[in-house]
Design a protein around this ligand. Sequence first.
Ligand SMILES: [Zn+2]
Length: 281
Amino acid sequence: MPELPEVETVCRGLDKAITRKTLARLELRRKGLRFPFPRGLAQRCAQQRITAIRRRAKYILIHLASGDVLIAHLGMSGRMVIVDRDEKHTPEKHDHVIFHLMDGSCVVFNDARRFGVLDIAAEKDLAQSRHFAHLGPEPLDTDFSPAYLTQKLADKKTAIKIAIMDQAVVVGVGNIYAAEALFEAKIDPTRAASTLKPAEIKKLWAAIRHVLEKAIAAGGSSIRDYVQSDGELGYFQHQWAVYDKEGEKCRGCTCPLPKTGGIKRITQGGRSTFYCAARQK
Ligand SMILES: [Zn+2]
């Protein structure tokens, strides 16, 4: 499933490829994805210049000259594929939406499992839309600060891993990056959020930003891969420290491995958590 860094990578790739170009038409090849497409969607996009591509949480925002914003979410399996020459593209089974551009290129939204979203809203209504009204700050913005995080965690009895994955606390900290950030901050993911001390919260805040920035930087170098028309999104190969490494050494391991059994996997909120019980307290 694409997490924040992957979506950021897609946005940067789209920005390079289609900002300042004009949409000729939006081809909707079915009635909806996770939700039905809104009425008038294709009409609102026809002949519209694309003025900017932005990201909010895991949504791709395609700003149009009219003041409308296309809101796209890749769901579990969605991909945006840029095709240089539209006429050479033969739509495949799961190519559900095609953005045909005036210059003869196109962007194909392929989503096999159809958990994706494509919606449209006026820019002025964006913050209050059903997609965004309940969301906390962006992890890399200045309004996500140690003071803010301290205040949000103060009364939370839930495990710290669950708390940082709560989109109302901060957006975009998915299962992988929650585990990685807690490892970097050396915090046990099962601790009640309210028990973290100020110094630990500051470490965790810095770790969340650091792991996401690192992943975005790694993704940036793979934009070319996903831009190719062969349909590969180009998820970058992460060097994860603990995620998906049950029984292995953690990064920079000094743990007595025969005694600890290596990285542990437990289930929290129905998702796997990986952590080093020797170094995360
Ligand atoms: Zn370890």
